[in-house]
Design a protein around this ligand. Structure first.
Ligand SMILES: [Zn+2]
Length: 269
């Protein structure tokens, strides 16, 4: 099998990959409570799995290397249930900025931030807005469950989307870490209504809320409907979506400059 794991490669092999214009995936995730039945590593483990599968799928068209998953994300909303390690926004921003800089200085030109945790989405986009205008690399960010969309959610019977520690994440963890999934009480822990009024009120307003506002046991969804076959299909759908994104030249294309010749103005990239 092709080695795509940055941490398992030697420095000279990574220098060669930079010379070959490999894409770098930087997975970002979290360590946070995932109900009574899943380990706190769930987002980190799934994000890593999907990134590695995606890298192997895309490799024939273009080499890809996967940096170690940034396990430390933004999970303040999960703190009330314990087991959660969160960063402040400022630290998260600095960690991503420094890692992107370290990757870029080695000559890698295309970096995909592959996110596996809902709480990171807004900050991740903000960081790209801040860094992209001056970065030597092209920075693209996505969240694998959204990138896969219907291709992933079509495998769900009980939920429209992934939710938290429900049918989707439990199914995928049954593939990745079956010994760490505790289904002994699974019929009693379902919370299909969880998450309905998590972050929004009214039609277009926003308010921060802790996860304890919408679930008594830390999960949203129904893990009782989980199985490994669904999990495998969803992991593959997530990986396919990331691979498709990476091999599409449009993903990495320079921005157009539609200004008229006499317009002049400020250079951009
Ligand atoms: Zn999760």
């Amino acid at each position: 099998m092709i080695e795509v794991d940055w941490a398992r490669l030697k420095a000279h092999e990574l220098r060669k990959l930079a010379n070959e214009d490999a894409i770098v995936i930087l997975p970002i995730a979290s360590i946070e409570q995932h109900g009574p039945h899943l380990p706190v590593m769930t987002d980190t483990r799934l994000g890593q799995e999907v990134a590695h599968r995606a890298a192997r799928k895309a490799y024939a068209k273009r080499p890809v290397v996967v940096a170690p998953t940034v396990w430390s994300g933004l999970s303040e909303h999960h703190m009330p249930f314990g087991g959660t390690l969160t960063l402040s926004h400022d630290t998260f921003r600095r960690v991503l900025r420094d890692l992107i800089e370290a990757i870029t200085r080695q000559g890698f030109k295309d970096i995909l931030i592959s996110n596996a945790h809902g709480g990171n989405i807004i900050a991740m986009q903000q960081i790209l807005d801040e860094l992209s205008p001056t970065s030597k690399a092209t920075l693209v960010a996505t969240t694998y469950v959204m990138e896969a969309g219907e291709d992933l959610s079509q495998h769900l019977e009980d939920q429209l989307g992934v939710m938290h520690a429900g049918e989707a994440e439990t199914s995928m963890m049954l593939v990745c870490e079956p010994d760490l999934v505790d289904l002994s009480n699974v019929d009693k822990i379902a919370n299909p209504e969880g998450g309905k009024d998590f972050l929004s009120a009214g039609r277009n307003s926003y308010r921060w809320r802790p996860f304890a506002h919408m679930t008594e046991n830390g999960l949203a969804g129904n893990p009782a409907r989980s199985n490994a076959e669904k999990g495998e299909n969803m992991l593959e759908a997530g990986a396919e979506a990331l691979a498709k994104l990476m091999v599409d030249p449009e993903t990495w294309a320079a921005p157009k400059d539609l200004r008229l010749a006499e317009t002049g103005g400020v250079p951009f990239r």
